[in-house]
Write a protein of this length. Sequence first.
Length: 280
Amino acid sequence: MKTATFKKSSGSLRETLNHNHFKTDYDFQKLYQFLEQYKSNKDDSLLLSIILPVYNEEKSILKLIQSLPIHKTIEIIIVDDHSTDNSLKEIQKAKYNGKIHIIKHNINLGYGAALLSGIRYSKGKIFITMDSDGQHQASDLYFLVKPILDGQADITIGSRYLGSYSYTLPLSTRIGEAVLEVVIRFFFGQKVKNNQGGFRAFHRKTIKMFEDIRFHGYAFTTELILSAVLHNHKIKECPIALLGREHGASYIILNRLFISLMLCVGLYILKNTKRLLSRR
């Protein structure tokens, strides 16, 4: 097996990226005030690491970056999973004046692998995963971060069912999530309705569970829930407003996703069974 390599480039990009020229509709004052309460006396301490996995999102990534909050306790980590379009060029155009890091994969490794690269590089007390297709809104960050910093949860998952979504949800998606909801609740005792959503926040203490992740494709989101249960982490769903995808199309292949999910769930049912038997 060949080991994939990737290049890292980082910096504030203050000389070339001037966020003040971009007018955003998002108001982050509530988030900023909340972060100030938890800020350390050290100026360089980071509270939030926002991780964006990118694969051929040239139409949406620029707008997303420029909509993100700027605060000395926040860093942005962009992981390009070997895009074949102009995503990287669009990223370099971004008018963002905060801490930003770019990680480039030399080969396409998959959605989960891109997130893992960002998570390993992150420094924040909380790291947040956010899709780059424009469906997730940065204005919802506060609702994911607050329960963790308040001690109510170790992991928060953005839920369109508790919040809203402005598009027609495919029947296959709703049925798939409903089936997984029942399976996860029955075998693991955890209720997560929007179990395939990618807008999530994690306390730094959950980092150990990422060491054993085996599914680096789109079953990654399901595996994180199951692994979190086995690690006794508290999970909380939070309302978000999900937008319709304006550009491009999903890269999910349903039959492959189904097989991956069945393998993932089966593996963790075995793990959970062994865990329960060992307690007797």
